[in-house]
Design a protein around this ligand. Structure first.
Ligand SMILES: *Cc1c(COP(=O)(O)O)cnc(C)c1O
Length: 392
């Protein structure tokens, strides 16, 4: 297994964690080869989480935009409402196999915290979730969900009291308690082997999508489009087509209030620079002294100052293109998909749709686009109705 993607990735961590990550790597490689592990994982993915998810031809949307045929990979239909459960099921089964009886996780908006708490309840492990104090105030419903699921939510008071500080705390806890604890990282980031582990567990998205498009269209798609926070739903979809050079991969970052305002989370659209965050060399939004900048996005899931290292590699080698759309473009796409297809997407996924609204018009007739609908919008409905001043 690769420890780096080109120069990106690596293990820039306290030496306390080195043997821990080496153990994790060994256990992961063993699980990958174990029939028993694979069978158990596939069983849970199918009977518990609801895989395979459909690849849906969005005929109304395609007609509306003309030309391209748009397919939606429906990760929003999974249990807990997003792709995150693919990764938590994989990692927590792995934790059990390693003999751990406790998992920890970080969470920003609460989605990964909820998926981890859900899976820990299912598999009978203790669960502590680190969450910035500010995020806890903004996401009270998800805090309560995690408590209902039997998890303990630990407020993080350091730094900006948001996601990056929660990851720091989780890494610290992991270094101290690794003998009985596994740290379930929520996206394709962090020190090696995490980006590769998360990619592996999310690659089920791309594997299914490839089989499905070959059955439904008899050929490969021209384009893949997915939103990029840390980058796990995108890398999961991309992985199925990575070796098919004719398939163009497009990652959509959060343009926030517009790149020029500085209020965004666009690390790969010429705004970020090479740097190290959370154990990995990648593109980071930082100042000249390496201090991490504050980011902004309307969708909490895309609001992270670094990007998974493999995306940095795809960016540098031009294997994938990265673009950004603004908060208001994402909001428009959120409404448009709801009205034309009856599918309310997560605000994160609405970023991918927003780019497709612009891009599909430039495509040739019958070119095929697969868009990853990483999650459903139920979690965002209250926020958007408040934002738009709608009386409910
Ligand atoms: C967390 C989340 C994201 C962003 O995370 P990635 O690791 O970039 O996929 C995107 N969409 C939804 C619905 C999420 O919950």
């Amino acid at each position: 297994m690769k420890t780096r993607f080109g120069e990106f990735g690596g293990r820039y961590i306290s030496e306390l964690l080195l043997p821990v990550l080496e153990d994790l790597e060994k256990a992961f490689l063993k699980a990958k080869k174990s029939k028993k592990f694979q069978n158990k994982l596939n069983e849970y993915l199918h009977f518990y989480a609801g895989r395979p998810t459909p690849l849906y031809f969005a005929e109304n949307l395609s007609k509306k935009l003309g030309k391209a045929k748009i397919y939606l990979k429906r990760e929003d239909l999974l249990h807990t409402g997003a792709h995150k459960i693919n990764n938590t099921l994989g990692q927590i089964l792995l934790a059990k196999q390693m003999g751990k009886d406790r998992v920890i996780a970080e969470t920003g908006a609460g989605q990964h915290g909820v998926a981890t708490a859900t899976t820990a309840a299912l598999l009978g492990l203790k669960c502590d979730v680190f969450m910035g104090k500010k995020d806890m105030e903004r996401q009270q419903l998800n805090v309560y969900r995690m408590k209902l699921l039997g998890a303990n939510v630990i407020p993080v008071n350091t730094g900006s009291q948001t996601l990056k500080d929660a990851i720091n705390e989780a890494l610290r806890d992991y270094a101290t308690n690794y003998s009985n604890t596994h740290y379930v990282i929520g996206s394709a980031l962090g020190p090696y082997p995490y980006p590769s582990i998360v990619k592996y567990f999310q690659s089920v998205i791309g594997k299914e999508a490839k089989q499905q498009i070959l059955i439904q269209e008899g050929k490969l798609p021209n384009y893949l489009v997915a939103c990029v926070g840390g980058g796990s739903n995108a890398i999961g979809l991309f992985s199925g087509f990575e070796k098919n050079k004719q398939v163009q991969m497009i990652g959509v970052e959060a343009g926030g209030k517009g790149i020029r305002t500085g209020l965004h989370a666009s690390r790969l659209t010429k705004q970020g620079t090479k740097g190290i965050l959370h154990g990995s060399l990648t593109y980071v939004l930082q100042n000249q002294f390496g201090q991490i900048k504050e980011t902004h996005s309307i969708s909490a899931g895309l609001d992270y100052p670094a990007v998974g290292p493999e995306h940095a590699f795809f960016y540098e080698t031009n294997r994938a293109q990265y673009v950004s759309v603004t908060d208001s473009e994402a909001l428009q796409a959120f409404h448009l998909l709801s009205e034309t297809e009856g599918i309310i997407p997560a605000l994160e996924s609405a970023h991918a749709i927003a780019y497709v609204l612009k891009f599909a018009k430039k495509c040739a007739k019958n070119e095929i686009i697969i868009v990853n609908i990483s999650g459903r919008g139920d979690k965002d409905v209250q926020f958007i109705s408040d934002l738009e001043g709608v009386q409910v």
